[in-house]
Design a protein around this ligand. Structure first.
Ligand code: B12
Length: 350
């Protein structure tokens, strides 16, 4: 099989494994390695110390697999689902970033890519491969752009002209030499809606995300008390944030998808903010098994729920906040609940 037939075969295997997009990139030094170093130098990584490690490897992914020559990059769409259930409208429902409502994408993407890797090993004896999803020291968005999966938008998300940015990425690094797919042209033009809409000013300039101000960082990655400067904005989000994607013109008309496992599971549809705040450890373990929301840990989810209820007038919610302020085992949650009780009221329903 020649190299372009091999590339086509691998992309077809990826689509058969359930991925929505697949493309090939040649591995080499990252074109945005300098942008990544500037990001670190400014402190934009906030408390994510792991982003400061393996700087050389991130700037040149060939070190991730001896003899690696190319990457099969795949995308898994997570929204909008066919018949997608938005949580019921109202102030007491946790607003959760869409990618995190259903099953953990790490497991789904890894599983799919492992099936492709097994087939690749059968088709091309002697090759080596490595599956990467999110946690490997890899600038995934740049690599995906190089594989023609989209263009990096000003909000730093990878955007595709037909499906917007509601998709997740994974890679299969390969020792095969494959012809790369052509990259797409810039999609942002002079639009700056994401920069203007970010509730905390976390996009101070195009293509730069300052995690010190990003609600996604505070609600998912940060352990301990949330900075006073972003607490007000947290009333809207209990886990992650989608604002910079929601306002993007390329995300206004995405076609429905069919990955039901990425939707909110039935057993969590009744879990509102007071319920989440008062969640017992064993209920947390069973309700969030296999969910990407576990990244924030039980304490982080209760903290976020408390902050999201700031200034509520709802009696049940105030009761949950009072119990948490007095009796939650975590000092971080107790402090967040006391702060939320003292916050000014928010009008109707709060
Ligand atoms: C750390 C991290 C975070 C951090 C920091 C985000 C950030 N922008 O760096 C936090 C916790 C805030 C976060 C949030 C989110 N994340 Co995140 N995150 C990552 C992770 C692990 C590393 C990202 C990274 O390398 N950052 C360092 C900076 C320097 O890189 P970058 O943001 O990608 O920026 C690149 C471009 O801006 C580009 N660039 C710089 N200057 C210029 C100039 C021009 C002209 C161009 C074209 C490009 C360009 O170069 C940079 C380096 O390659 C990746 C997985 C991975 N291994 O890559 C997932 C990843 C980026 N996250 C993802 C998702 C889904 C999210 C959220 C949408 C989740 C949510 N709803 O809450 C938000 C989006 C926030 C945002 N606007 O970025 C997806 C993105 C998929 C996509 N379609 O783009 C990834 C790829 C995970 C995955 N495997 O699917 N994330």
């Amino acid at each position: 099989m020649d190299a372009s037939a091999a590339a086509e075969r691998l992309k077809a295997l990826a689509r058969a494994a359930g991925f929505d997009l697949a493309g090939v990139a040649a591995l080499g030094p990252a074109a945005t390695g300098a942008a990544y170093r500037r990001w670190l130098a400014r402190g934009d990584q906030a408390g994510m110390a792991w982003m400061e490690r393996n700087v050389e490897l991130r700037a040149d992914p060939r070190g991730l697999l001896p003899g690696a020559r190319s990457a099969l990059v795949v995308a898994l769409r997570y929204a909008p689902l066919e018949g997608f259930d938005e949580p019921p409208p109202g102030d007491l429902w946790p607003r959760v970033a869409r990618y995190a409502r259903g099953r953990d994408y790490h497991d789904l993407i890894r599983g799919g890519l492992e099936r492709v890797a097994a087939e690749a090993a059968r088709l091309f004896p002697g090759i080596a491969s490595r599956v990467c999803v999110d946690t490997a020291p890899l600038l995934e968005r740049e690599l995906a752009a190089r594989a023609g999966l989209g263009a990096v938008g000003k909000n730093t998300n990878l955007l595709h002209p037909e499906i917007g940015s509601w998709f997740l990425l994974g890679e299969l690094l390969l020792t095969l030499d494959l012809p790369p797919d052509p990259p797409l042209a810039d999609l942002c033009g002079d639009c700056s809606r994401c920069l203007d809409a970010c509730p905390t000013g976390a996009l101070p300039e195009p293509w730069r995300l300052d995690a010190r101000r990003c609600l996604s960082y505070w609600t998912i990655e940060h352990r301990g008390p949330v900075a006073e400067s972003v607490r007000g904005a947290l009333a809207e989000w209990a886990f992650g944030c989608d604002v910079c994607q929601e306002v993007c013109p390329w995300n206004q008309r995405p076609t429905p998808i069919d990955h039901p496992e990425l939707g909110l599971p039935p057993e969590r549809r009744q879990l509102d903010l007071p319920g989440l705040l008062g969640l017992a450890e064993e209920d947390y373990r069973s309700l969030f098994r296999g969910s990407p929301m576990k990244r924030a840990r039980a304490e982080g989810l209760r903290r976020n729920a408390a902050l999201a209820l700031a200034g509520t007038a709802d009696e049940r919610a105030r009761g949950a906040l009072e119990s948490a302020a007095e009796g939650d085992p975590s000092p971080v949650v107790r402090e967040a609940a006391a702060w939320a009780l003292a916050a000014p009221g928010r009008g109707t329903g709060r």
